[in-house]
Ligand binder design. Sequence first.
Ligand code: ADP
Ligand code: MG
Length: 700
Amino acid sequence: MNVPELYGSRVFNDDVMRQKLPKDVYRSLTNTIATGGVIDPAIAGTVATAMKDWAIEKGATHFTHWFQPLSGVTAEKHDAFISPLGDKVIMEFSGKELIKGESDASSFPSGGLRATFEARGYTAWDPASYAFVKDGTLYIPTAFCSYTGEALDTKTPLLRSMDALNVQALSILRLFGDMTTSRVCATVGAEQEYFLVNKAYFDRRKDLSYCGRTLFGAPAPKGQEMEDHYFGPIKPKVAAFMDELDEELWKLGINAKTEHNEAAPAQHELAPIYATTNMAVDQNLIIMEHMRLIAERHGLVCLLHEKPYAGVNGSGKHNNWSLSTDAGKNLVDPGKTPRENTRFLLFLAAIVRAVDEYQDLLRMSVAYPGNDHRLGGFEAPPAIISMFLGEEMEDIVNSIVEERVYEDHKAATMNLGIPSVPTFRKDTTDRNRTSPFAFTGNKFEFRSLGSSQNIAMPNVVINTAVASVLCDMADTLEAAVAGGEDFSAAVAKVIKDTLTAHKRIIYNGNGYSQEWMAEAARRGLSNLRTTVESCEVLTSEKSVELFTRFGVLSSVELHARQEILLENYAKVLNIEAQTMILMASRQIIPAVESYITKLGKAARAKLDIMGDNAACVRMERELMTRLSELNTAAYDAVAALRQADREAMAAGDAHAVAVTFRDKVVPAMASLRAPVDEMETLVSSEDWPLPTYGEIMHKQ
Ligand code: ADP
Ligand code: MG
């Protein structure tokens, strides 16, 4: 495999543009991309034709505007390039078709934004995310909005938030005398966790097929306690999957870089090299899609659910975020002497304040039913948002707040005591795996994201919150300078005041501990345990103010999104409840009844041979008694779950429905699971109707 040749071969990237476009068109287009501006309609036709010719060379016959509606998955509608000419056809693609698409939007979630009689929706090309060819189709990344201009997708607010961040970060840089930087952009690298399960087992479990997670299942004798899977050797079948995945992603210009086994059995991770935010979002969606697709070719199924199995780790997605200038300078890189690096400290202070001030919005941005199993569940980061800065940075923050002299952390060297291994420089901070928002040297890692989610919204919140704080800071600094104050003194004061006011969000300890729950409550940090209460944040006065300040999301759009999140919560739980009812009534309960009958027959046969000897059938009697009790309990729990589900569906508005699902249906599901999981441990493996955790997790 010639990787450099393969790499990006299906992407209409900068290189291809330079080759295929006339010089002036190329210059105009790259300028649009670099500045995040609007494309000049005069060049659209030329770009479209070049794109089409290139795509046809790559085997394409169709094109599609590719967008991200609020359903959580991507959408596409394929159109052939053909255009009739007499009895023949020619391949055509116009500038208009490239820039704008029109589609019937009536079946996408809109949260009441769009009545079905005015179902027109538009897609608009995002030139800053490269088009690519996949399966004979040219994919054009687009934003999606309604006839009346409201965002119906995740990309529109993302692009708006990137723009806000750029403008505000630039105004700070100008105050520092930087007149050359022309664009500041957040860069994102999303580390993707996932499980792989053998397709034969997957097909035999309705919960995996319908819900992407197991709803029943007793723990296997061996889970992850031996810690032998993390970074362990990769099985050949999985390695073959990873190789093919890398190859496909490389063709699409995605820098799939690191692959390893994760903590739980059958759990893995892929990390790409970071890209600008909108590109990183698109690439993460492509990664998830290809994981699913390629797994099937290897007799596997890729589970992206946050919690496929109870009792072992779930899957998250670490969102690494930093700020970069068009010259490639990382604004959150502290350099060698962070205490003297005022520009860095100002950005650091801004991010600390943004995370503290908008902690509940950050929490909201990762809230959906799948992730409820992780956050607040003593796993992954807790539902409480806090920041880890590491020893060195926390020391710096304290020295600023307490106005004391800062003792430089000399980078220590590490000597392993092995003569042939050279000593190496130790990082000045250790890792902290429990922190939701960790500074990791030159980037921030937001770790609360769930594995299946579109990463756009968390980045919308980070970008907008940081933009808002930078805007306030720029105002303060401009006023100080206008009032005759010394700029350096004014900056030092802003840094100190900000860190003093928002220091409570910094926590370097164990985020899973009970002490932290109590300590966080004392500090007044919010602890939103489930999706339902997290959703309420979206339309609070403070949120509306933040998002409307830079036109990222309007009040109407926020209300619509809240409605969609709540509706989605109810839909997911309803599907889970219905699946449990189905599996229990039609598979598990009947199987246990048959097994009880089998035990009864065995007992009868023994009695026939051994005469009236109660001792010889003690085992059958005890097992039958316990299984009868449990199966009756399961039967009653099914009825109770049916009742709770009906009640929830009829509870009223979206909020009331979601609340009832959380308070009535979730506990009713747990009450059904308990007897079933116990029965699994009592019924012979031959008579149990489902593949067990042991099989699914240990036999890929
Ligand atoms: P760690 O070992 O701390 O997880 P890595 O260097 O392995 O860090 O990077 C993890 C992820 O962070 C990768 O996806 C990587 O591309 C991304 N990343 C690294 N630097 C940056 C940055 N400046 N901005 C955004 N993401 C970054
Ligand atoms: Mg990481």
